[in-house]
Design a binder for this molecule. Structure first.
Ligand SMILES: Cc1ncc(COP(=O)(O)O)c(C=O)c1O
Length: 456
């Protein structure tokens, strides 16, 4: 298994050929899920005492299993938050694996961590955070949000009067589900301000003013969103920052999806106030064209994260020794052993330069505007709200929720597109509407037009 033989050589060539084919396909098959029992019937027993051989296993992958995955980078995949990793980043993902790097400690992964940090410097520079701010790459936005919330809570609990208290954080209902999920993990309560629109400093202040004295004591952090997943809405970060400073609350900005737009000059001003954050989440695997999985958490004062996350253990002592000194990513987030998952991003940034990143993000923003215009021109559809960042919410006039669901499945079944419905809150009710989220710069106006026309 660990020897080099002809089977290994053949398998390696097959993998390289497959990889080249896949990344050079401009319109990969969109792929469709199948039931586990159907897949089992197609491929049979694959894990056996003697093995089925690389060639057979790889053929099963190509013939059946790969086709049961949705290609997230298909130009007409506009559902959820799609992805569009650069080809350079994908190739360097292979290099990252082939290099077998343990990315927790500088002593073991200095070269890889150095590269990650170069990419991180660029991301931090986009935020405008003050000198000394820095971050690390995580498995995604959920892990980044969790790492930041743990840091905030530990910092709050440094004060003895809060030690026995269950923490409370404020976010808006537009905040991503991972905020509520991670609050459960760290056993803190979340108070959701009832607005799916922009959370304003004034909403936040009013919410704080309405807290009971005990709730106010338990409140330690506010999570604002820098691009809601549903509609691309950026909270009033400047206003919220002022309130957080005044009320001495940790200010976290979840820009997992929207953070890539910090690179776009046309919308950068919408994020004003982000430079006042105590911590920020940005997912390079969303709008920074990195392969999965690559999130990032950034701290204004990284030392606070180190206090919260640094692991102790006799077998780890050597990493803290003078001779091993360097930046240890494990100290700033929840994971110990980690892949140097920022390495593919670094390579792609180094190869293409940051200007190309700006252009690719601007294209996503432009596609949202194009979609907005087309929707206004066509009588059978209408905008629910103006496009925000790269999200567009629109309705098909006369459709019921089940029509949207049927249309989604039909387009997917045909291998044409994946566009899914969402809900938008209107007063006290939720309306089912259709949603585009643009990431892939290869999506064309024609693609959008064809999708809209398929609603006729
Ligand atoms: C605003 C926001 N926060 C957090 C997340 C969770 O990120 P991940 O899926 O990388 O864990 C998402 C995912 O879409 C998101 O849009």
């Amino acid at each position: 298994m660990h020897k080099i033989d002809i089977e290994l050589v053949n398998m390696t060539l097959d993998v390289m050929k497959y990889t080249i084919d896949r990344i050079s396909a401009t319109e990969p098959k969109i792929g469709i899920p199948r039931k586990a029992e159907d897949l089992k019937a197609l491929v049979g027993e694959t894990v056996t005492p003697k093995g089925i051989g690389g060639e057979v296993a790889f053929n099963l992958w190509k013939e059946h299993l790969m086709k049961a995955n949705v290609s997230i980078d298909h130009p007409r995949h506009l559902a959820f938050v799609p992805a569009s990793p650069t080809r350079a980043a994908i190739m360097f993902d292979l290099v990252t694996s082939a290099s077998s790097i343990h990315g927790a400690y500088w002593m073991e992964g200095a070269g890889g961590i150095f590269c990650e940090n170069e990419a991180m410097k660029w991301i931090v520079s986009l935020t405008g955070l003050p000198e000394g701010a820095f971050g690390v790459f995580t498995s995604g936005g959920t892990a980044a949000n969790l790492s930041a919330m743990v840091t905030a809570r530990e910092y709050w609990r440094e004060n003895d009067i809060f030690k026995g208290e269950k923490g409370l954080i404020i976010a808006s209902i537009g905040a991503h589900s991972s905020i509520k999920a991670m609050a459960k993990v760290i056993d803190v309560d979340v108070l959701l301000v009832d607005t799916e629109d922009r959370l304003l400093g004034s909403n936040l202040q009013a919410t704080i003013n309405n807290l009971t004295a005990h709730q106010r004591k338990r409140l330690f952090a506010v999570v604002a969103t820098g691009g809601t997943t549903n509609a691309g809405i950026i909270d009033d970060l400047a206003g919220i920052a002022v309130i957080c400073e005044k009320e001495q609350l940790w200010f976290h900005v979840d820009a997992a999806y929207g953070g890539g737009a910090l690179a776009a000059d046309s919308v950068r001003h919408l994020f004003n106030g982000i430079e006042k954050a105590d911590s920020i989440t940005i997912d390079p695997h969303k709008w920074m064209f990195s392969p999965y999985d690559c999130g990032a958490v950034i701290y204004k004062i990284p030392e606070l994260a180190k206090k919260a996350h640094s692991q102790q253990g006799s077998y780890l002592d050597i990493f803290k020794d003078e001779g091993a000194h360097g930046f240890n990513p494990t100290d700033y987030q929840i994971q110990l052993t980690r892949r140097v998952r920022g390495l593919p991003l670094w390579f792609s940034l180094a190869m293409h330069g940051t200007d190309r990143y700006k252009e690719a993000v601007e294209r996503g923003l432009e596609l949202a505007q194009i979609a907005g215009r087309l929707i206004q021109e066509k009588p059978h559809v209408e905008l629910v709200r103006n496009p925000s960042l790269s999200c567009v919410l629109y309705r098909r006039i006369g459709w019921k929720p089940e029509d949207y669901t049927h249309w989604t499945y039909e387009n997917h079944r045909k291998g044409f597109a994946l566009v899914t419905p969402t809900k938008w809150k209107k007063g006290d009710t939720f309306e089912t509407v259709s949603r585009f989220c643009f990431i892939n710069p290869d999506t064309t106006e024609k693609d959008i037009e064809m999708i809209l026309d398929s609603m006729l």
